[in-house]
Design a protein around this ligand. Structure first.
Ligand SMILES: NC(=O)c1ccc[n+]([C@@H]2O[C@H](COP(=O)([O-])OP(=O)(O)OC[C@H]3O[C@@H](n4cnc5c(N)ncnc54)[C@H](OP(=O)(O)O)[C@@H]3O)[C@@H](O)[C@H]2O)c1
Length: 310
């Protein structure tokens, strides 16, 4: 039975973006294990070490290709080389944290270019061959931030809302042509986007900004409240793999305790209560950070005073 499934899967070619780490890397390994012909792409193949190691440990292989989703040339070259694709997984994404007041225009556009236009442009390049063959599936990795607001990540939330709107719309356009479009909306999970790939906007620590203390409070909330509770990224990869193999997937999937909690509250009409709780936590963290800074300053002053009287 399993061999039969693997043989069926081996006839399907899948393309995943952003496979240097996180969900993309785990999905690429999982897809290879299920027998899919897997094209794992990344913008910088020098970062393929962790994927190669994971593949070796699982005793499977994939084809690793370079793809920067923000580059139209990179997209057209790759699609020409590896078409046709049966399943496209738009997973690549970036997060640049900071109040919308402090984010530069360039940063906001970079987020939109990667998380939204990257997925849109790759989908546009891949879909014509799916239409020719009257079959295909597009799986877009959106976010809980595409369903509710994400303070201090407004451009990220906007990009994910846009991606969900895009997915819902093309789903209807493509259904009569035999192509599914599905979005997956994870809450926080422990990947590099909140680890080594985590970025703050270049003006995040600008003390002249009216949002300086609030930025710092949000970051403290991330470290104290959010990251310790973030889910296991393997759960998301397993869900992506399930969506790849289901005969009739649902239009969208919410995953993660935080995401299920937030969407249930929203459904119950308790969105404003949740917003209030988030504000309360950030306000408290801001106060603690200010206190810590004042204590540090006082200690430094005391030290200088002691040195001067010596
Ligand atoms: N982890 C979470 O809590 C969470 C929650 C909701 C949604 N998501 C979404 O899940 C997706 C995967 O993120 P992750 O959590 O697995 O984080 P990750 O480990 O940081 O993976 C993001 C991947 O996207 C790649 N990437 C960034 N810009 C790219 C570009 N221009 N072209 C091609 N690849 C690019 C990164 O490559 P480099 O290594 O070269 O930067 C990396 O491989 C993202 O769309 C993210 O928004 C994550």
């Amino acid at each position: 039975m399993e061999t039969e499934k693997k043989t069926q899967n081996s006839q399907k070619r899948i393309l995943i973006t952003g496979c240097s780490s996180g969900f993309g890397m785990l999905t690429a390994v999982g897809a290879a294990k299920l027998g899919f012909e897997t094209i794992a792409t990344m913008r910088n193949p020098d970062k393929s070490g962790p994927l190669q190691e994971a593949l070796k440990a699982a005793n499977v292989s994939v084809c690793i290709e370079k793809l920067d989703v923000t580059s139209p040339d990179s997209i057209s070259q790759l699609v020409k080389k590896i078409s046709p694709i049966d399943i496209l997984i738009n997973n690549a994404g970036i997060l640049i944290t900071g109040s919308f007041l402090d984010q530069t225009d360039e940063e906001m556009r970079r987020i939109l270019e990667t998380n939204y236009f990257g997925a849109v442009n790759l989908t546009k390049a891949v879909v014509p061959s799916m239409i020719d063959r009257k079959s295909g599936r597009i799986i877009n990795i959106a976010s809980l931030a595409g369903l509710i607001g994400h303070p201090f990540n407004a451009a990220y939330a906007a990009s994910k809302h846009a991606l969900i709107g895009f997915t819902k719309s093309i789903r209807v356009e493509l259904a009569p042509l035999g192509i599914d479009a599905v979005s997956i909306e994870p809450g926080y999970h422990r990947t590099e986007i909140i680890g080594a790939n985590a970025n703050q906007s270049e003006n995040f620590y600008d003390r002249r900004s009216p949002m300086f203390e609030w930025n710092r409070g949000f970051l403290r909330t991330m470290f104290d409240e959010i990251i310790p509770r973030a889910g296991d990224p393997k759960d998301v990869a397993d869900l992506i793999l399930k969506v790849m193999t289901l005969e009739k997937p649902k239009p969208h999937y919410v995953i993660g305790k935080d995401a299920r909690f937030a969407t249930t509250l929203q459904w119950l009409g308790l969105g404003p209560w949740l917003e209030h709780q988030v504000t309360r936590k950030i306000r408290k963290a801001r106060r603690l950070e200010n206190q810590r800074e004042a204590e540090k300053k006082a200690r430094r002053k005391q030290k200088r005073g002691a040195e001067a009287t010596r």
